[in-house]
Design a protein around this ligand. Sequence first.
Ligand SMILES: Cc1cc2nc3c(=O)[nH]c(=O)nc-3n(C[C@H](O)[C@H](O)[C@H](O)COP(=O)(O)OP(=O)(O)OC[C@H]3O[C@@H](n4cnc5c(N)ncnc54)[C@H](O)[C@@H]3O)c2cc1C
Ligand SMILES: NC(=O)c1ccc[n+]([C@@H]2O[C@H](COP(=O)([O-])OP(=O)(O)OC[C@H]3O[C@@H](n4cnc5c(N)ncnc54)[C@H](OP(=O)(O)O)[C@@H]3O)[C@@H](O)[C@H]2O)c1
Length: 277
Amino acid sequence: MTEMKPVTEATTVKAPVLPDAQTVTDVKHWTDSLFSFKVSRPASLRFRSGEFVMIGLLGDNGKPLLRAYSIASPSWDEELEFYSIKVQDGPLTSKLQHIKPGDQIILRPKPVGTLVHDALLPGKRLWFFATGTGFAPFASLLREPQTYEDYDEVIITHTCREVAELEYGRQLIEDIRQDEMLAELIGEGFADKIRYYPTTTREESPKMGRITNLLNDGTVFADLGIEGGIKPETDRAMVCGSLAFNLDIKEILEGFGLREGANSEPKEFVIEKAFVG
Ligand SMILES: Cc1cc2nc3c(=O)[nH]c(=O)nc-3n(C[C@H](O)[C@H](O)[C@H](O)COP(=O)(O)OP(=O)(O)OC[C@H]3O[C@@H](n4cnc5c(N)ncnc54)[C@H](O)[C@@H]3O)c2cc1C
Ligand SMILES: NC(=O)c1ccc[n+]([C@@H]2O[C@H](COP(=O)([O-])OP(=O)(O)OC[C@H]3O[C@@H](n4cnc5c(N)ncnc54)[C@H](OP(=O)(O)O)[C@@H]3O)[C@@H](O)[C@H]2O)c1
């Protein structure tokens, strides 16, 4: 067995070593602060679309430096995809942003999380509310057959500061709409159920504003032709953003009469932090 060496600015480890090491197969940079990458999937890893795992690199001290990451790929995929921020002085992402195909990362194969279908009661319309990299779990769930088996309509809102930060999600949804393999797997016309609602807050775009404000003033419902707003009888929601965002959306959903659920107690909406701090 070869030894895994600490990652430095210039070098990343090439040889497989730790039991939890996986190989990077693809890296795509979307902006100065966002990138996505794919890694090999451990044969034994089973997860539910929407869950997260701990991933990372060996730190300079030789110890694993791990962070929580939503798996952005669906549960049936052969590879694992992640969508990541680049925090310039972030202990992990200041290094992770330099990975290249052939490099190795550590992936602890213990998926967990609340953004899963099991944590919601049956409904007709499913809302995904994301800001920034909070889109990642929904990139998984948007490619999960159960999403379309369980719901008639799937609304994904994504709010970012700038237009370029929407691009990963925009392209993913465009690809889903044209993916013949997915249509075969999920059923012809499944993508017609997706309604994509991107908004920006600090750069001009067709729809400006925080989604919270657009929900509160009714703009979202007017734009999407939804009468009577969100209803506890039919509507279910999953939320992933900053702590402040999650709290604000929670208040709005509770105002509509929805209750927060969990794996052990499914209800009408579930929430997960996209990051801490
Ligand atoms: C359940 C869960 C799931 C997560 N999933 C993802 C994911 O899919 N993709 C991802 O990029 N990150 C995700 N994160 C955040 C991730 O765990 C790390 O915080 C991130 O990779 C930065 O690590 P770092 O060591 O470079 O900096 P850290 O020391 O971890 O963070 C430094 C600061 O950077 C900011 N920050 C960290 N992560 C983000 C982010 N994603 N978006 C905006 N600002 C951020 C915060 O202000 C934070 O205090 C998740 C966190 C949790 C709790
Ligand atoms: N993305 C960047 O260009 C950038 C640049 C410099 C520093 N940073 C730092 O990186 C971290 C994360 O930045 P981020 O842009 O990815 O995440 P973020 O600050 O959580 O913002 C993402 C999007 O969510 C919106 N938002 C934030 N809080 C909300 C709330 N309570 N209700 C409704 N909408 C809300 C933001 O709108 P608003 O614009 O109205 O806040 C923005 O459009 C922050 O600590 C930030 O200081 C980011």
